[in-house]
Design a protein around this ligand. Sequence first.
Ligand SMILES: *Cc1c(COP(=O)(O)O)cnc(C)c1O
Ligand SMILES: [Zn+2]
Length: 462
Amino acid sequence: MSHAFQQCIHPDCQATFDLNQILTACEKCGSLLDVQYDWDQLPVPKSLKDFERRWSNRLNPLDFSGVWRFRDLLPFPKDSDIVTIGEGQTILQQNDRLAKHVGMDAGRLFLQYEGLNPSGSFKDNGMTAASTHARMVGAKMTACASTGNTSASLAIYAGVSGLFQCVVFVGSGKIAYGKLSQALDYGATTLQIKGDFDDALARVREVCAEHPIYLCNSVNPFRLEGQKTIMFRVLEGLGWEVPDWIVVPGGNLGNSSAFGKAFMELKKLGLIDRIPRLAIINAAGAGTLDDLVNNKDLQWNDGRNDADIIRSYYASMDADDRRASTLASAIEINRPVNLVKALRALTICDGVVRSVVDQQIVDARALIAANGFGCEPASGATIAGLQQLREEGVIAASDRVACVLTGHQLKDPDLTVAYHTGDPEKQAEKLHPAGVHLTPHANSPVVVENDKHAILKALGLG
Ligand SMILES: *Cc1c(COP(=O)(O)O)cnc(C)c1O
Ligand SMILES: [Zn+2]
């Protein structure tokens, strides 16, 4: 008998399901599912510091993995079921130069750099866990809808493990080239749906409901178990001290949901004594959570959140044919599937939601790259959001803040080049329609003749 199971998050239902059932929603009421554990029956570490003993055992792939070295806190698989490709070798980078730019004290701003994962985004934290469950249930085919990184991640796990085929559904025209190239390169069957991400997700859910295909979007509760470990690594990077704030971009809200669950469990298990606050940052062109929480007063309300508010919001979105629109393609999502879990996370973490416009996003992205490891546009939303919350005084200069940089800089080079080169054609095509007209952090290339004297002159040496 396993001490892990699946459970409906609705407090009036709480139906439980076997670990090996393939579900993406409660069969009784349709709510989202959590993976839950009989913690009393499981060996739980006494202190987070206990995980440090795994550092000296790096030749064991499970102890090397930045996800599975915390496997006692996501104990659903047997060790032999785990599918790992060395994910989660990330860095928590203290960044004082960026801190200065956003008005924070030295030593207080940290960047959790998830671009270092094998496929270049945090999605690998979740996909290692989903792939593990897919293996446990004997799945032969896996699928996902994606704005790009989910497909890159699923494709790499399917390709490297060779355990299953994979199909990825992407919207037309919207996907960043770096991400599309990965799905193709790793050998995924790639379906370009004539629609956007929200359409692609709706279609993949229809297909997976009718056929034995294992769905790897973040409605999959096992994926979120893996994503909890991003927060474990933040704590690890801070010597197991809890920061004051976590800042994360919000798209489908899987990360936000996973982080809330992670802290809820750590607190319950007595492994932390307080929970950090959470700031979820939407792109203004995809600001469903921001709008619902800050303008429509939608709250978790102990699981009895007002479903009518959500329903009527989506109905008016449909009536106006309102589509998500932002340069931060990874968060260009208007119907976040983990909305209700994110409301729970906001309650657990005393969280706030903000949205930032594309001008703020691309400027913050460039600022991060000029002072840190760089990231893709969606990750830039974190620093743009932090800047806004500093101006509002919600986050103090002395608060200790960890911002999650979700994806690698090289995922979306087109946008970066358009920003820096000032190429009028590219800017008119990419930046201007999104309302971006200023490029204060541009670092334009200098065009010179193929001649030593001209080069020295350009360098101020001649
Ligand atoms: C998927 C993704 C997001 C959005 O994360 P959610 O968990 O869906 O909110 C943000 N940034 C990047 C780079 C992503 O790939
Ligand atoms: Zn239910």
